[in-house]
Design a protein around this ligand. Structure first.
Ligand code: DOR
Ligand code: ZN
Length: 335
């Protein structure tokens, strides 16, 4: 059996920088493009930093046809600064992090009131807002507690395109249906695992991410929304590599490295549920329609020939462990 996808997009990807970027960028190059997250150290806050980062990404891709859709780390900006962002080639939108909520987000927003003027301008200027939607509450409740913020944003800025990044709960899926100006990304792991897989037995550091995987009913709601072709749900892997020593550590860094297995696992997931016809919209069509993207044409064929997932990827002095490390998956990318 084979499945051909047109211009698959990863709408939420961490590529990091330096040697880690050199290792990870080629592992996403079966995608036609991806929205690149800005949480480097220091975060990517200016058009110049963004241009330089995009150039380093291009160099790491070594000629592969892959469009980096660049995000800037949200800070309160005036109209002139927003105009400068829009006119920078490759700019996609702003990623808003609540201060300190996840990896390298210390410079994020601590008081939403200070962001409101910028958000109004973004609405007027048609700039997408991508949000890491978690409160600082109890870890299992963080996304749910943040839904009131999404509700406020969607109501106060009805023309602002707001993406709820990496949603993990049934409640977030429900909210999506309340406001037409909300859209969402969902990761591979949140379609597949629950908290039980992370911490129900021996602790699995390579499945630890933020937001943490939730309950079976949450996973089911996410999966059904994806398999039923929800028109405002997009694939965003949130593939977030960390060096093996930072994952297998006392104080494990948050992030699941899924880039190398994302397409084969999605092909398996959608075909086993009889929803192969819904994968194209999820992996590209919805994003293209919602954001007006026109990625360069790139066809990727998946087939039901098994894939042997490496135990780790090692190069440039870096070592990362992928999801399903050492396992055999039923689908693979046809070369
Ligand atoms: O698990 C995560 N890892 N969640 C995030 O929001 C950030 C990411 C990272 O950059 O490592
Ligand atoms: Zn992320």
């Amino acid at each position: 059996m084979e499945l051909t996808l047109d211009s698959p997009l990863d709408m939420h990807l961490h590529l990091r920088d330096g040697d880690m970027l050199k290792l990870t960028a080629p592992l996403s190059s079966d995608f036609a493009g991806a929205v690149i997250m800005p949480n480097l150290v220091p975060p990517v806050t200016t058009p110049d930093m963004m241009l330089a980062y995009a150039e380093r990404i291009r160099a790491a891709l070594d000629g592969a046809a892959f469009t980096p859709y660049m995000s800037l780390f949200f800070t309160a900006l005036d109209e002139k600064a927003l105009q400068a962002a829009i006119s920078t080639p490759g700019f996609f939108g702003f990623k808003l992090y609540p201060a300190g909520i996840t990896t390298n987000s210390e410079g994020g927003v601590s008081n939403l009131a200070e962001a409101e003027r910028t958000l109004k301008l973004m609405e007027e200027m048609g700039i997408p807002l991508l949000v890491h939607g978690e409160s600082h509450g109890f870890v299992m409740d963080r996304e749910q507690e943040f839904l009131s913020v999404y509700r406020h944003l969607a109501t106060a800025y009805p023309k602002l395109r707001i993406s709820m990044e990496h949603i993990t709960t049934a409640a977030a899926v429900e909210l999506l249906d309340e406001f037409p100006n909300l859209c969402a990304t969902v990761t591979l792991q949140h379609l597949l695992i629950t908290l039980d897989d992370v911490a129900g037995g021996m602790l699995q550091p390579h499945l630890f991410c933020k937001p943490i995987a939730k309950r079976p009913a949450d996973r089911e709601a996410l999966l059904q929304a994806a398999l039923n072709g929800h028109p405002r749900l997009m694939f965003g892997s949130d593939s977030a590599p960390h060096p093996r020593c930072k994952k297998e550590a006392c104080g494990c860094a948050a992030g699941v490295f899924t880039a190398p297995v994302a397409l084969p696992k999605l092909a398996e997931l959608f075909t086993t549920h009889g929803a192969a016809d819904k994968l194209q919209g999820f992996i590209s069509g919805n994003a293209c329609r919602l954001y007006g993207l026109k990625p360069a044409s790139k066809q990727v064929t998946l087939c039901d020939t098994p894939m042997q997932v490496p135990a780790r990827y090692r190069s440039y002095g870096q070592e990362v462990v992928p999801m399903y490390a050492g396992q055999t998956l039923p689908w693979s990318i046809k070369n």
